[in-house]
Design a protein around this ligand. Structure first.
Ligand code: ADP
Ligand code: MG
Length: 326
């Protein structure tokens, strides 16, 4: 059973950046306004996330790591109404099967913080009282220590760190009201966005002045297909070898290759060959129209009226580019 659980967990958590995405979403669900990430060896040695959210009650430590236990879903039917990020109750359980997991947390009500370790979904001993501020520290050590093949399949720590940095950057821009920080252990912050800054300020902090100077605000909506899209896109004066595409659908960081392709196509008329724009889009759809991926590693999203919605977005984008370049 342990091996089967480990394999299943390895499917959910494929690399440090996947684990981090789940942990950031948990911190956001807990209404944190400050999220700090610390990493050692590309997240393989250490991946730690420190938030100032609601915290976990001492009596809930017992269950947070059990598979499919979640405080966010009372009824299965709620699946379609879900507004928080988490709904599977699998992230912490999965992490505990493939890494050494320690949780330190304090709620507003509790007088002190509590700390506990988890192995294969199970709490080890009673949570230990200790000093601490309100919020949660999730410490993930030695990721894939028991999955040699997976560990070897991962690329360099540098590359894993790059992916981690990418995840933090995108969440920091989407959730500009929340302060984010990312650093390697014992080093200075690589990313730091202040609490309460704007999305444009954060784009500037993270992606630099060159992009920030050439941004235009974008919005698009359509009643018939029930969507709204908002964001910031680079104008025709900006181009880059890399396509920086930040897509959130209902506040979840996702991929949508068809949308990405169509946007790139719109820009290709205006940009030098083989160069790409910067596009940050927050798309909101009726949750009932999204194909909720029960499999958490598939970040690729499908939704109802996808072609029409994409068509509508790129048409508005093209008009925006034309009007801002004239
Ligand atoms: P899910 O997010 O799908 O509920 P997780 O395994 O990600 O499942 O988390 C399990 C539970 O642990 C959550 O429902 C929540 O109650 C609690 N939890 C996890 N992370 C945090 C956090 N940073 N702050 C407060 N509670 C948390
Ligand atoms: Mg979660």
């Amino acid at each position: 059973v342990a091996v089967i659980n480990r394999i299943a967990a390895g499917e959910v958590i494929q690399r440090p950046a996947n684990a981090l995405k789940e942990l950031i979403e948990n911190s956001l669900d807990a209404k944190s306004t400050n999220i700090q990430v610390t990493v050692k060896n590309g997240g393989l040695k250490l991946l730690q996330i420190h938030d100032n959210g609601t915290g976990i009650r001492k009596e809930d430590f017992e269950i947070v790591c059990e598979r499919f236990t979640t405080s966010k879903l009372r009824e299965f039917e709620d699946l379609h109404k879900i507004s928080t990020y988490g709904f599977r109750g699998e992230a912490l359980a999965s992490i505990s099967h493939v890494a050494h997991l320690t949780i330190t947390s304090k709620t507003k009500q509790d007088l002190c913080a509590y700390q506990a370790r988890f192995v294969d979904s199970t709490l080890q001993g009673a949570p230990k009282p200790m000093a601490g501020n309100q919020g949660t520290i999730i410490t993930v050590e030695d990721l894939f220590y028991n999955m040699n093949v997976r560990k070897k399949a991962l690329r360099s720590p540098g590359e894993e760190y790059q992916k981690i940095s990418d995840v933090v950057s995108k969440y920091a821009i989407h959730n500009a009201h929340v302060g984010f920080a990312l650093k390697k252990c014992n080093e200075n912050n690589d990313i730091r966005t202040p609490q309460g800054s704007t999305q444009v300020e954060n784009i500037q902090i993270i992606y630099g002045n060159t992009i920030a100077r050439e941004l235009v605000e974008f919005s698009s909506e359509n009643e018939r297909f029930q969507f709204t899209a908002k964001g910031y896109i680079s104008n025709v004066n900006y181009s880059s070898k890399k396509f920086n595409f930040l897509l959130f659908i209902n506040h979840r960081l996702v991929d949508c290759q068809s949308l990405k392709k169509c946007i790139d196509q719109v820009y290709s008329t205006y940009l030098p060959k083989n160069t790409h724009p910067f596009v940050y889009l927050s798309l909101e759809l009726d949750p009932n129209n999204i194909d909720i991926n029960v499999h958490p590693t598939k970040h690729e999203v499908h939704f109802l009226n996808q072609e029409q919605i994409i068509e509508s977005i790129v048409t508005d984008m093209e008009n925006k580019l034309l009007s801002s370049s004239s």
